[in-house]
Design a protein around this ligand. Structure first.
Ligand SMILES: [Zn+2]
Ligand SMILES: [Zn+2]
Length: 288
């Protein structure tokens, strides 16, 4: 009977076994060694966990917004992408993730179902854990983190996001960061609009989808100009806990970057805001 290989002898084979690239003899040696060596067993488990956490499963599904690619890892959802062509979407993912991305629709089916519920107005929250592996750097991560906090049914401007990350002059950089949002819908970049209320861009040229997502949340979009009219929205000023009608006090003169707009009282109150005791939006609601 062969001697059990030593730690030194299996060192390199551990990596090969974890990666699924070891030959039968090496695999057998590692198996016999880790049966008796606790350190190497822990090392192998750590290598396997690392590889598992890098793997991403994805599927391509139909949705009310067209075909959507959804990818997730064991950490969370890492990509939602509107696609025109399955072949180019797969090629994109392959460039990004190499052979760590595996088409496995069953693994993302539950995520897809939740997304469908959301898009069909059967839910207002996507409480997915997110895996931001494809965010591009710290600035974009900060922009995405703040954007993720925007409540359902609310909008602010790119300048508003820039203020919230403490970089009020970086409006264009914020717009760029959101343009490359790897997880749209779940990170609701559709709730961020131009300083004049115009919808501006969304996922390239899909501005119609932005309008649909906002309409779904009860945000009134002027159809001809694709513009949000402040005069038809409830307003929350920076740092306040009461929401107002648009004509309250000096709030109507505040730039969009310093306020959050809500399409309905219901969505404002859903995040714990109360009606302003001076303009009383509860007594004088906006007409729909
Ligand atoms: Zn060992
Ligand atoms: Zn007020």
């Amino acid at each position: 009977m062969n001697a059990i290989p030593t730690c030194r002898e299996v060192e390199r084979d551990l990596v090969a076994v974890a990666a699924g690239e070891a030959g039968a003899t090496e695999a057998r040696g590692v198996e016999r060694h880790v049966a008796v060596c606790r350190d190497c067993r822990a090392e192998l488990e750590a290598l396997l966990a690392d590889i598992r956490s890098r793997m991403v499963s994805y599927g391509i599904f139909p949705s009310p917004l067209g075909k959507i690619l959804i990818a997730r890892s064991e950490l969370g959802v890492s990509m939602v992408r509107y696609i025109d062509s399955e072949a180019s979407a797969k090629a994109y993912l392959a460039r990004l993730a190499g052979d760590e991305a595996v088409e496995d629709p069953a693994a993302v089916e539950a995520t897809y179902r939740e997304l469908l519920d959301y898009l069909n107005a059967r839910g207002t929250r996507l409480s997915w854990p997110l895996d931001l592996r494809w965010a591009q750097g710290d600035f974009q991560r900060r922009v995405l983190a703040v954007t993720a906090q925007l409540p359902y049914g609310a909008v602010t401007s790119y300048g508003g996001i820039a203020r919230r990350i403490g970089a009020p002059a970086s409006v264009r950089a914020v717009a760029q960061a959101l343009r490359h949002n790897p997880i749209p819908i779940a990170i609701p970049c559709h709730r961020v609009i131009g300083s004049g209320g115009d919808l501006t861009g969304y996922a390239g040229t899909r501005i119609g989808l932005k309008e649909r997502l906002l309409s779904l949340e009860g945000v009134p979009v002027g159809h001809r100009a694709r513009k949000i009219e402040r005069g038809h929205m409830y307003i929350l000023a920076e740092g306040e806990v009461e929401y107002c009608v648009p004509s309250c006090g000096d709030i109507s003169r505040k730039p969009l970057a310093e306020v959050t707009l809500f399409g309905s009282r219901q969505h404002a109150e859903a995040v714990g805001l109360s009606p302003c005791t001076s303009c009383r939006p509860d007594l004088h609601p906006l007409s729909a």
